[in-house]
Design a protein around this ligand. Structure first.
Ligand SMILES: C[C@@](CO)(OP(=O)(O)O)[C@H](O)COP(=O)(O)OP(=O)(O)OC[C@H]1O[C@@H](n2ccc(N)nc2=O)[C@H](O)[C@@H]1O
Ligand SMILES: Nc1ncnc2c1ncn2[C@@H]1O[C@H](COP(=O)(O)OP(=O)(O)O)[C@@H](O)[C@H]1O
Length: 268
């Protein structure tokens, strides 16, 4: 069985407070970007195995989130042995949630291969055991994500007709590093209200709380965002903890601006 594991972007990201368990409470809207994806192939096998192609992920095969997902499904639901082949295309250390998407793709594949028919609640809990933005990919539609990121409320966003350009500067940012430098705070107007404003007003009313300290440490990320705005983006921001930035454009040509080397896709 072959699954496309697409990436996500964060539109607005408020880090509200640090919790006793070391995680942070946040409010962020995540949307899927279907055009940029990894390919995950999962098949029944005599022995569990993993191989990968494409980008080389900076961790061992045993630590790959695909394998963590297999072990979890075997331990919790008695799923059998499988071979997993990952074709890695989504840049990592980018805030695009590629590893999380791969993990959830494997969970969904095993649910189907072993006819587990797990209810959505259980799939979400299972995914959330492997990360904070893994649960999002169970739904894979625009969601307001709260808690540590795993509590989801569907959001109505009509982004049809817009194009997205995703730019990945050469540097990477680890999620842990990004949270370590954060200064949490509760905004006067909740994100759920601000996101309802027209896209043309998002640049004024939305923020990503990781940007100030990550931009200070990595000026090339700030420059990439500025280039997207210069190219005519109606809205541009860093995605999650970075280092990828994205711009939303009302025109494909602007999104493909020569000063950038972006991945460009229509939004559905
Ligand atoms: C920042 C966000 C925004 O969507 O995504 P990315 O930009 O990494 O894709 C998420 O909060 C990342 O989620 P995820 O990448 O799944 O993080 P996890 O593996 O659960 O946690 C990695 C580390 O980040 C910190 N962490 C994560 C989530 C959270 N709400 N508070 C935290 O403090 C913790 O130090 C944790 O040990
Ligand atoms: N299948 C995978 N794809 C990407 N990263 C993975 C994967 N499995 C484990 N990882 C680890 O998770 C880290 C974060 O990856 P990823 O989720 O792609 O980035 P981000 O947190 O920036 O969205 C990687 O640097 C890597 O060490």
């Amino acid at each position: 069985m072959i699954r496309k594991a697409n990436c996500k972007i964060n539109i607005g990201l408020d880090v509200l407070c640090r919790r006793e368990d070391g995680y942070h409470e946040l409010a962020t809207v995540m949307i899927p970007v279907y055009g940029l994806y990894d390919v995950v192939e999962v098949e029944h096998a005599a022995q569990t195995s993993f191989r990968s192609s494409g980008l080389t992920v900076d961790c061992s095969d045993a630590d790959n989130l695909c394998m963590k997902a297999v072990r979890l499904m075997q331990a919790c639901y008695g799923a059998g042995d499988v071979s997993v082949a990952l074709d890695k295309r989504i840049p990592f250390g980018a805030g695009l949630g590629g590893g999380s998407s791969d993990a959830t793709a494997v969970i969904l594949a095993l649910d189907e291969l072993f006819r587990l028919k797990l209810p959505e609640r259980e799939l979400i809990d299972c995914a959330a055991a492997l990360g904070s933005d893994t649960a999002f990919f169970v739904r894979n539609t625009p969601q307001l994500c709260t808690g540590r990121g795993e509590v989801m409320t569907p959001v109505k966003l009509d982004l049809r007709g817009l194009w997205i350009a995703v730019v990945k500067p050469d540097c990477g940012v680890s999620t842990r590093e990004a949270y370590a430098g954060i200064r949490p705070g509760v905004p006067a107007v909740p994100l759920a209200e601000r996101i309802a404003r027209p896209v043309t007003e998002w640049q004024t009313f939305l923020k990503n709380d990781f940007e100030p300290h990550i931009f200070a440490a990595h000026p090339e990320i700030a420059a990439a965002k500025a280039a997207l705005l210069d190219a005519g983006a109606v809205y541009a921001a860093m995605s999650g903890s970075g280092s990828a930035v994205f711009g939303l454009f009302d025109d494909e040509e602007k999104a493909r601006s020569r000063s950038l080397t972006p991945f460009v896709f229509p939004l559905q």
